[in-house]
Design a protein around this ligand. Structure first.
Ligand code: 2P0
Length: 329
């Protein structure tokens, strides 16, 4: 979202996304080409977002992240340099001031790099007056962080792996309105920063990553697309949970663990909730916080089930966020 332009500053806001089919492993580390295509659901922009303000000035290059000065890393420079190559020569003299804030915990497996790099790319493109398509911008954001490519669109989004910079871009598969009963809940169980970054963890266990990407993921992508087209919740849920379990199986085989005891407990609770018919699905990013898919008609039952099982009194104790209907409780 473009928010405003005032006094030469450009302010934009970008949402996070949660992958149903995960990106894990690269075929080219320099430009973040992934081993496999991935499919995500964009999180409601009012729930989890990064807001970024870009100013071009004559001072010095500066990054302020969550109110603290921060280093302009290589991944940020890749985005800046690509956009510089597309802007008018007079802009190249200018220095860049980037101020960025997340309204949720940074680096806690909540896809902060997705919303962060998407907001940075979009904001800089505005400041540099680079008028290219959202698909092309998604490819530039990918240079900063792979998952950021998927934050350029709402609804359900596919990032095609591609075998070149030009082809590795995201596009929208469906708007939210395609399946408007679908709801996403996020339970914040742990806000600690992760001990090993996704970028580093996905370099481990190459052989297993390749098997996953070449053998299991393509079949799941095909089946997930069928389930989305048919609005078949049972298959959507089965594929989503299988894919999340597969990702964490591969990660844990490399002796990295992102899930904690609470995550495992919630996985069991979802399976318990589904014992009479599949009405919910969990999926985990590179972190312990569960993202739970369900439909509008099942939210009340699901939340009651979670509250009773976790011995909590109110949904505030559940630290629940999500794309809820106006008054779900
Ligand atoms: C995803 N994740 O598809 C997967 C699932 C985490 C688990 O994309 O190195 O931060 O910056 O391209 O995008 C996290 O990886 O990695 C991620 P880089 P990124 O959402």
């Amino acid at each position: 979202h473009f928010i405003c332009r005032a006094f030469g500053k450009y302010t934009v806001k970008a949402p996070t996304n949660i992958a149903l089919i995960k990106y894990w492993g690269k075929s080219n580390e320099d430009i973040n080409l992934p081993l496999n295509s991935s499919i995500s659901l964009t999180v409601d922009i009012e729930q989890f977002f990064t807001q970024t303000t870009i100013e071009l000035n004559d001072e010095k290059n500066q990054l302020i992240l969550n109110n603290e000065p921060a280093e302009i890393t290589g991944r940020i420079s890749r985005v800046i340099n690509m956009l510089k190559s597309l802007t008018k020569p007079e802009n190249l003299e200018k220095k860049i001031k980037i101020e960025s804030c997340n309204n949720f915990p940074t680096a806690a497996g909540m896809a902060s790099s997705a919303s962060g790099l998407a907001a940075l790319t979009f904001g800089l493109a505005k400041a540099y007056k680079v008028n290219i398509s959202m698909e092309e911008l998604s490819g530039i954001a990918r240079l900063g962080s792979g998952s950021a490519s998927r934050s350029f669109f709402g609804g359900i989004v596919e990032w095609s792996a591609g075998d070149s910079h030009e082809k590795s871009i995201a596009r929208q598969l469906y708007e939210n309105s395609h399946w408007d009963e679908l709801r996403l809940l996020v339970i914040l169980t742990d806000l600690e920063k992760k001990k090993i970054s996704s970028t580093n963890a996905m370099k481990l266990n190459r052989k297993m990553l390749l098997e996953r990407a070449n053998e299991r993921v393509p079949i799941r992508i095909e089946n997930l697309k069928k389930a989305l087209e048919a609005k078949d919740f049972e298959n959507l849920a089965k594929i989503t949970m299988e894919e999340s379990d597969d990702l964490h199986y591969v990660i844990e085989a490399a002796n990295v663990k992102y899930l904690n005891a609470k995550s495992e407990e919630i996985k069991k609770l979802i399976h318990g909730f589904n014992s009479q018919g599949i009405r919910a699905a969990y999926t985990f990013d590179a972190g312990p916080n569960p993202f739970i898919l369900t439909r509008k008609q099942d939210i009340n039952d699901l939340v009651s089930h979670l509250l009773i099982s976790l011995k909590l009194r109110s949904h505030n104790d559940l630290k629940l966020h999500g794309q809820l209907p106006n008054d779900p409780f």
